[in-house]
Design a protein around this ligand. Sequence first.
Ligand code: PMP
Length: 401
Amino acid sequence: MPDPIIYLDNAATSWPKPDCVGEAMVDFLTHRAGNPGRGGHRLAREASLVLEQARDRLTKLVHAPCPQRMILTHGCTDALNLAIHGVLRADIRTRCDGTKPHVVTTAIEHNAVLRTLHCYTTSGLIDMTIVPCDEQGFVHADALIEACNECTVLLTLSHASNVLGTIQPIKETIRTIREQYPDMLIMVDAAQTAGHFEIDVQDWDIDLLPIAGHKGLRGPTGTGALYVSPRAYPDDCDKSRVFCERRGGTGSMAPGLEMPTKLPDALEAGTSNAVGFAGLIAAIDALTHEVHEHEMEMTDRVLKGLHEIEGVTIYGLPSIKGRTPVVLFNIEGAHPREVMAKLDAEHGIAVRGGVHCAPLLHEAIGTGSDGGVRVSPGSGTTAEQIDCFLDAIRAMAVQHA
Ligand code: PMP
């Protein structure tokens, strides 16, 4: 195995993390690792402070109205599950007119959304409409509106596709939808965009924003968050439209058997990943515009290089405009998993090959059950590494010609 590794799989999880991330985690474990919210002693208080600081950083990052609305989770899948189960269970518990809740989702969604919804459709608990996307991975506002009806309780749309990198014009799309459905809950999966692009939950009128801490934000795995809007969880908690079945200790209201109803405790049972959030704070503090510019420059180099290789098909948008630092391609005659395995074994290059947890998108772009090769540069990627990668692809394309 060649050494060092050329890591081009940052859309799965970013690596290497900035040095300050590991340092903050070691510092936390060495000096401050009490159980946050439990016990009034110094180490517990220090651990609580870490969670509050992480909540604060994430609140500012996406322009949430207050930190209490930022629920700390174990990743984006965890946040998506909390939101989807939360909204559907709240609705099913209170619906008494014999109708079923309806959910609108799209062909670009990740399995964290699709599989979670699937268990409700197969058990007949909800109706669901899946809105298609075009070849570039855009989902059109008109099609979303057409899919909604008066029973639609949740519309869920990814901010950017994890397969193509295509970024949806979320602000405009939501504005159009809100003209007809002002009260419907709208969730935007920000797994692929948080840290890379500006997000404003208030200006864009988003109700639920699941975030991954370990991708664009460059924090540790096992960290994430869910922003919950006042429409989804009003200050008058009795009118909450998110019901969490997960129960447990919160460090607050301990003598009672009822869960606290106030945010964030209502949706945050159990011991949080405080060491992970200590790392995430450092990661967010280290984010700069230059980091993003560098990632996009490296993505541009990948795209331009691949365009010049005969036998390579690139999917989605033609340039870096409107995309995250992600490129999907295939080499004619080579299975994407074979390309991935060869890059790994012969060149020490880490990419992802196959179907990228978004099966409906692969169907839509014609890559079916084989999928494609996804290359996603990160802040640590260099131009030389991209050139190494392009040389390897060029050689494979010649072999398969
Ligand atoms: N949604 C999208 C669009 C994703 O790309 C991913 C991660 N691949 C997830 C959700 C799940 O995120 P996590 O790995 O943090 O659970």
